[in-house]
Design a protein. Structure first.
Lengths: 385, 663
């Protein structure tokens, strides 16, 4: 079997024909969401391109080009790179933990200072994890995926970065890593009985975990989420102010640039984690509904791309990346609406922040690549496991 | 790689089929999750929208209280005696300073005296709520104010502004009547809470002052006014972003209070005391208006407005002449001989003939010898008042007993407080048999006859204050009505008429005339108060009664107390009214430890104060001017010189002519 990009007979492996195969709906939705993000950052800064809106837009444009570039990359390269990339990212997380290159910001040691750049490897670990899991499942049978001793490998691949990141402590990222991994295992065909057992175990383990293992500030966040009014000026402040911003937006919103909660800085972290509250305040229910609808459309289109792939690697990796994106949206949405603890998960493409946007755009590069190369079938079993 | 397919078709089918089913489920789950979020959004943004809109408005807008200007207090002629003046002050907002210590260091270079109070300032600043400015220094000079403004950029969190401060232009003259305002203390707040009321939020404004003493305290709620409000848009740090003029309302100044006091009389009354300790009350005998009420020595109430330094406060509190005590209302003294007309009145009411003579040979015996000031011979009541003869009054006191004296004393205003709107009045004590029963001496509740002679000359357990003495004098002078004093003329333009309808005195006016005749004789040639009671206003003369009250028992033979330390000298009293033919004004003067004889310390002071009161009365002034009387000289002094007696050495400011009335 030859490794042609578009393996439909008679088509050639040309960039121009690959570009024509891009899913422009996905690109359109990404541009809409990033555009809304830029507009909100402009508004929050009091009608100014600096300090956020300009950088956000430039980053997006650069990453958009990079994403289209990644979409051109043949899945075999993704496939080959999966394990080494995963290993490299894990190594970086270890560097943070065990060397002075780790850099503390916002209470958690989750930055890696490489001298010329500071990055949050925890963000990229998710990509490496999805790729590594996809590669592992690609080489294994349905029976292995359902329930066998070999599941130790994917479990380990998820567990190690999960524990390392949780120890930083970056609870939000750890949660996303764990849940993304769980979603991949689920889609790969994990037995329902095992799922039920795991769910039961989780229910049994979480309360003692909250009480005895979590750091104080993490536990505060969780307990505050359950009753934010108990500490309105301290830990409950964020949730209360976010709910006020959302609720006071009403059906049509207060108008662009007129959100009192965000403009007068009552809303904390309004340019990052709580940017969705600003959208809701200034554009009301219609605005926030539109944003959520865009995300849901992106998620469903991406899942369809995963379903249409001819290779199991493509299916798992695209679906994993989608699950990862969906988790961000759902957790952040629930968080700003007071339905989940404040865990520091940003809203993809809306929130200001380079690492997250980079991760998301790389993820979509992978999804688009899966779409462009949906007919490619990859050989089984090349690799370590 | 072999050409064999690596994946069996069935396996592909199974993996792919399972994946598709699971993906479908996941997609459904995502849609469900998003729907849940949309439902939550609908709940927050549509169902509860109004509730959250209110909360957002509460966040965005703040209502800042604006302290109202305090109501003015004026004298009867409209002279402002408690007003407001602009004051520059420096405030510190802790949360806007980078480092409080460093800021205070810099501020100390500009305002050195803040360094002395540094510890207090730090305590106050740290106790204040977030972003609430705390005044650290008031009453800056213009130079200091501009210095602070000039360095504003280097002093984040420090600001200088202008507010209104209470000001008492006449200093100590009104210190006891008007009192003063001071910072609201925790005790004030607690007192309001104890009454079951909610303290108004303006109380917590750093610039607000509460009435702490006197009229300022008694009429605090009237003087306070209504706080204004400024609706301001604030950011999350509490900083004002914009002001909403439409949502603001202006502060309403407190009610204006007019007192019955006359500024000239009041100032003169304090002036004549010099360093002496005592009190003086001047009353209008027709309507009870108090024209002057002073307590000496006094203090400057302006010191208390921005917080009195503890050193100054200690000095005032520790001074033996007790400037902080209001001696006019809160200091009680034995009335001494000024009480004698009461004893005469009590006797006449029970049938004593004022013309009946009692022979004085210098002593009165009842168990022991009671001395008189001289051997007066045979005296009737008028003569006894004129000579202030102890024997006469001891005789009639013994004859009619303590209960008769007590009844008349109460009728004339003793043993009670008056509703003049001021707290802190002492009722004094009018003893009688009933009182002795309730206050036995070593278990013995019997009134012994031996106590009565002292009572007859105003000594013993008897205790009165200067206001009561003035009321008593006014009632004698009025001759008919049971005059009661009035201090507050009007509040917010509403005339205070309570107690101005007087009942008749339960005495025949003819009896009171006898007393007045006696008191006129006191200030006439040969009377105990003659030398120092001459007004020098021609036909307008003053009648009075001298009094000396023992501050302590010196033992027989040595009563004068001359050469003794101040605190052991006798109290010196004088009551007077004028003009004698048509009484208008009554004066009472108590000079604490002023020495023997009301004629020496009390009378000249009463005279000087009375002069001002009379000259300010347009009718009396017209009468004096009609008589072509000019440049009044001290007739008494001339008379005394002619007889070769030394004129009492008085403080020069007393001998000086009264200030020209401003009317």
């Amino acid at each position: 079997m030859t490794a042609s990009a578009l393996t439909r007979p008679g088509e050639r492996d040309r960039i121009s024909s690959k570009l024509a195969e891009l899913d422009w709906r996905v690109i359109g939705l990404l541009c809409v969401l990033a555009g809304i993000g830029t507009a909100m950052l402009y508004s929050i800064a009091g009608g100014s391109w600096s300090p956020w809106a300009w950088k956000h837009l430039v980053r997006f444009c650069v990453l958009l080009v990079a994403m289209i570039g990644l979409a051109m990359v043949h899945p075999k390269w993704w496939f080959h790179a999966a394990y080494p990339l995963y290993g490299l990212l894990l190594f970086m997380v270890l560097l943070i933990e065990f060397t002075p290159m780790g850099y503390v910001a916002g209470g958690a040691k989750n930055w890696l200072n490489l001298g010329f750049i500071r990055i949050q490897p925890a963000e990229f670990v998710k990509i490496g994890l999805v790729l590594a899991l996809a590669r592992w499942y690609h080489g294994h049978t349905a029976q292995d995926a359902r329930w066998s001793w070999k599941l130790i490998f994917p479990l380990g691949m998820i567990g190690v970065p999960f524990l390392l990141v949780a120890k930083q402590p970056d609870l939000g990222s750890a949660m996303v890593i764990g849940l993304t991994g769980a979603a991949v295992m689920f889609m790969a065909g994990l037995s329902w009985r095992v799922i039920a057992a795991a769910a039961a175990a989780a229910v049994a383990v979480i309360p003692p975990f909250v009480m005895f293992v979590m750091h104080d500030y993490q536990r505060n966040r969780v307990l505050t989420f359950l009753n934010p009014e108990a500490d309105p000026s301290g830990a409950g402040y964020n949730i209360i102010q976010s709910k006020i911003a959302l609720g006071s937006g009403g059906l049509l919103g207060k108008g662009y640039g007129l959100g009192s909660q965000s403009q007068l800085e009552f809303l904390p972290e309004r340019h990052t984690d709580f940017i969705f509250s600003t959208v809701s305040e200034e554009f009301g229910f219609l605005g926030s509904f539109t944003v959520l609808a865009c995300y849901l459309a992106l998620i469903l289109i991406s899942l369809r791309i995963a379903a249409l792939s001819h290779s199991h690697f493509g299916r798992i990796s695209a679906a994993g990346m989608t699950a990862f994106l969906a988790l961000f949206v759902l957790i952040n949405g629930a968080m700003v609406m007071g339905l989940a603890p404040v865990v520091g998960v940003p809203m993809p493409l809306l929130s200001y922040g380079g690492s997250t946007m980079m991760t998301v755009m790389i993820g979509f590069g992978l999804i688009l690549s899966t779409h462009v190369h949906r007919y490619v079938e990859l050989p089984k079993g090349q690799g370590l496991f | 790689m072999s050409s064999e397919p690596h994946i069996f078709f069935s396996d592909v089918n199974e993996r792919q089929g399972s994946f598709l089913r699971r993906t479908f489920l996941l997609g459904g789950g995502m849609a469900l999750g998003t729907t849940a979020l949309v439902a939550r959004l609908a709940q927050l943004q549509i169902v509860k929208s109004e509730e959250y809109a209110t909360l957002a408005t509460n966040n965005q807008f703040n209502f800042r209280l604006v302290p109202p200007p305090r109501g003015l207090i004026k004298d009867r002629n409209g002279v402002v005696i408690a007003g407001n003046r602009p004051s520059f002050r420096v405030l510190v907002v802790r949360d806007e300073t980078k480092d409080l210590d460093q800021t205070l260091d810099l501020l100390g270079q500009l305002l050195p005296d803040t360094l002395e109070r540094r510890r207090t300032i730090i305590r106050e600043v740290n106790a204040a709520p977030r972003f609430s400015p705390v005044p650290v220094k008031s009453d800056l000079s213009w130079e200091e104010f501009s210095k602070v403004n000039l360095h504003a950029a280097e002093l984040p969190g420090v600001m200088a502004d202008m507010n209104e401060a209470r000001y008492y232009p006449f200093g100590g003259a009104y210190a006891h009547v008007i009192g003063y305002v001071a910072k609201v203390s925790d005790r004030d707040v607690k007192a309001i809470r104890d009454k079951g009321e909610q303290p108004p939020s303006i109380l917590f404004n750093p610039g607000f002052r509460i009435g702490r003493q006197g009229i300022e305290k008694a009429l605090d709620t009237d003087l306070r006014g209504v706080a204004g409000g400024k609706r301001v848009e604030v950011d999350a740090r509490g900083r004002v972003v914009a002001e909403d003029a439409a949502g603001s309302r202006a502060a309403v100044q407190g009610s204006e209070v007019l007192l019955t006091l006359d500024n000239d009389v009041q100032n003169r009354a304090l002036e004549v005391f010099g360093e002496e300790s005592g009190s003086c009350v001047v009353m209008d005998v027709r309507n009870g208006d108090i024209l002057a009420m002073v307590s000496s020595p006094s203090f400057d109430p302006n010191l208390f407005v921005s917080g009195v330094p503890s050193k100054v406060y200690r000095a005032l509190a520790d001074y033996e002449r007790r400037p902080l005590l209001d001696k006019a209302l809160g200091g009680t003294f034995a009335p001494g001989s000024t009480f004698k007309p009461i004893v005469g009145l009590a006797a006449m009411k029970r049938g004593w003939d004022p013309n009946r003579r009692v022979v004085c040979n210098g002593s009165f015996f009842l168990g022991r010898r009671f001395a008189c000031l001289g051997r007066h011979g045979a005296l009737d009541l008028r003569g006894a008042i004129k000579a202030s003869c102890n024997v006469y009054f001891m005789t009639i006191a013994t004859e009619f007993g303590p209960d008769a004296i007590a009844e008349t004393a109460r009728d004339m205003g003793f043993g009670q407080t008056f509703d003049i709107g001021l707290p802190g009045q002492k009722a004094g004590l009018v003893p009688d048999r009933e009182w002795r029963r309730r206050n036995p001496v070593r278990g013995d509740g019997k009134w012994y006859p031996g106590e009565t002679p002292s009572y007859g000359i105003g000594q013993g357990a008897l205790n009165v204050n200067a206001l009561q003495l003035a009321v008593y004098t006014a009632r004698i002078a009025n001759g008919q009505k049971s005059v009661t004093p009035r201090l507050i003329k009007s509040v917010g333009g509403v005339e205070q008429t309570a107690g101005t309808a007087f009942a008749d005195l339960p005495y025949d006016p003819a009896l009171l005339k006898v007393l007045r005749d006696g008191m006129e004789a006191v200030t006439d040639v040969g009377g105990t108060g003659f030398r120092n009671s001459q007004l020098g206003l021609g036909a307008v003369r003053m009648a009075g009664k001298t009094g000396t009250a023992q501050a302590q028992n010196y033992g027989a033979g040595s009563r004068k107390g001359a050469g003794r330390p101040w605190a052991q000298k006798d109290h010196n009293l004088f009551i007077a009214y004028a003009p004698t033919d048509n009484p208008r004004y009554a004066v009472s003067v108590i000079v604490q430890h002023g020495g023997l004889g009301g004629g020496t310390a009390g009378a000249p002071r009463a005279r000087e104060v009375m002069k001002v009161a009379l000259l300010k009365d347009p009718e009396i002034r017209a009468r004096i001017e009609q008589a072509g009387f000019e440049a009044p000289e001290d007739a008494g002094a001339r008379e005394a010189e002619a007889r070769g007696e030394p004129v009492d050495a008085l403080p020069t400011d007393i001998a000086a002519p009264p200030p020209e009335p401003t009317q």
